[in-house]
Design a protein around this ligand. Sequence first.
Ligand SMILES: Cc1cc2nc3c(=O)[nH]c(=O)nc-3n(C[C@H](O)[C@H](O)[C@H](O)COP(=O)(O)OP(=O)(O)OC[C@H]3O[C@@H](n4cnc5c(N)ncnc54)[C@H](O)[C@@H]3O)c2cc1C
Ligand SMILES: NC(=O)c1ccc[n+]([C@@H]2O[C@H](COP(=O)([O-])OP(=O)(O)OC[C@H]3O[C@@H](n4cnc5c(N)ncnc54)[C@H](OP(=O)(O)O)[C@@H]3O)[C@@H](O)[C@H]2O)c1
Length: 484
Amino acid sequence: MDVASVAVIGAGAAGAVTASALKAENYFKRIRVFERRETAGGVWIQDVESNKSRPFEPGKLPPDIDRPLQIPSKLPQALPHNQQERWEETPIYKSLTTNVPHIAMCFSDSIFPYGPFVPHYVARQYIENYFSLHQTDSFLELNTTVEDLSWVPSSSHKNGGNWKLTLRKGDVARRQDMWWEEHFDAVILANGHYSVPYVPRVPGLESYTKTYPGRVSHSKFYRSPEKYYNKRIIVVGNSASGHDVAADLVSVAKKPIYWSIRSKTRWDGPEAPEGMEWKPTIEEFRAEDGSVLFSDGSILEDIDAVIYCTGYKSSFPFWNTAANGHPLWDYKTDRMIGNYQHTFLRSSPTIGIVGLPRTLTFRSFEYQAIALARLWSNRNKFPLPSIAEQEKWEMERIRQSQENKTKFHNIPWDTGETHEYLNYLYSFAGLSTLAGDGRVPPPLTREMVWAIENIRKYPEPGKDKKPRANVKEDEYRGWVVVKP
Ligand SMILES: Cc1cc2nc3c(=O)[nH]c(=O)nc-3n(C[C@H](O)[C@H](O)[C@H](O)COP(=O)(O)OP(=O)(O)OC[C@H]3O[C@@H](n4cnc5c(N)ncnc54)[C@H](O)[C@@H]3O)c2cc1C
Ligand SMILES: NC(=O)c1ccc[n+]([C@@H]2O[C@H](COP(=O)([O-])OP(=O)(O)OC[C@H]3O[C@@H](n4cnc5c(N)ncnc54)[C@H](OP(=O)(O)O)[C@@H]3O)[C@@H](O)[C@H]2O)c1
């Protein structure tokens, strides 16, 4: 492989560490990071509450609600500013703090200023600063969306072709978009996975939202509890967003908050927390009288707000399936098609992915970024397995996910799978050169492992050990241990 130029899509945590890993190789001639927002920071940028109306389409997946834009026939070209919904807004609310202890969440060469859990703006500042820390800020092209990514075959090109990026730089003041193209030998997808909100299809929900505009919303647009003062609320979903939103609202909303839960998580004890009442899944919304029917036959009337905390769907509207030979994502099963180790793409060795598996986030992105930088500088310690072996890995993981009813890209900690995954990337990358070119994959230290396993933002009923009354502080190594 002969890679001189690399484009990175996205300047969140994944893009930040990718840019530094690429630069550290001291090998690539051109590195560019395209970011559609006005600054680096990704999901941690905080947006103010807006009254903008947004499509609310239950059950719809990204191919329906995050469609590619029409590419202008002539480039470069200036055109009127795009008005189509692109979901760039972030889901940050006022009270959000991180939920992974800082020594395990941050990149290995720069710790968060304090911890263990920091307010959302600290994470944003950290990512922004990370670009200047590594002097990769000059690689950034902000306000610039990658609208199309196409493979352009060429027999004269050393790799048999290269990647064409069609770019759109938004100029809101002039209400104008500048469109142009750039070509690269390799591309890293670091575009994040939490921007397109998901709302399940429920009978009656569509007509309910038309009859009662604004009553049903998604946690992506939740900012603070004030507007819910004394309102009767249903929160749907009990993962991190559901827990945070319900806890945020309990002091202002009319009690109880009704909390619709499909399956229990490790944070849910035997009873709902004070001020909340658990409900099962919603069976039907009734526009005629505004009531909501649950699967146990119970009905709630006079509801003021329903907040869906039902997560997000990954979206790759820029992936040009016709030019690239196959679709990139299976939107029904939430899986990248033809991936190896959540990082490499079987069909295209010059495409890399950083930020994909749901695991340790920032720190795991670091291992992915170093592995890819090493692969393209031809310094990786051992080669990728054969195409047949890579395919076998994918098929086996699909089989296991179906058998265990788990998600392909979720990597659990407790089973040791996270260690296995990081160890593969760690070993694949190997050391830097003797002269110091290339980042060294970091250790996953005992201290980090201890912090991950013992320092929790949310208590886990029945699992957390109660600190003994006479415990010495240094037994907890100075950490704040959340009491159940
Ligand atoms: C509400 C919330 C809270 C979270 N809290 C935690 C936490 O406490 N701890 C933790 O470890 N993880 C947390 N996460 C997970 C979080 O997503 C990761 O920590 C991490 O920040 C993801 O980084 P990323 O770079 O992969 O994605 P993002 O931060 O989403 O960055 C992707 C970037 O790509 C840009 N982009 C997308 N498409 C394009 C395009 N076509 N062209 C140009 N730019 C594009 C986006 O604008 C964005 O800036 C949280 C997630 C959410 C949604
Ligand atoms: N720092 C923080 O404290 C913080 C706060 C918020 C979010 N986050 C992060 O943000 C990311 C997204 O979290 P999230 O909570 O928004 O989404 P999520 O983790 O994907 O959870 C989605 C929730 O919606 C439920 N759900 C999905 N489809 C449903 C359906 N058809 N009917 C009923 N329920 C349904 C799920 O239930 P099942 O379990 O039954 O599938 C789950 O409870 C995660 O990485 C999370 O860690 C972090």
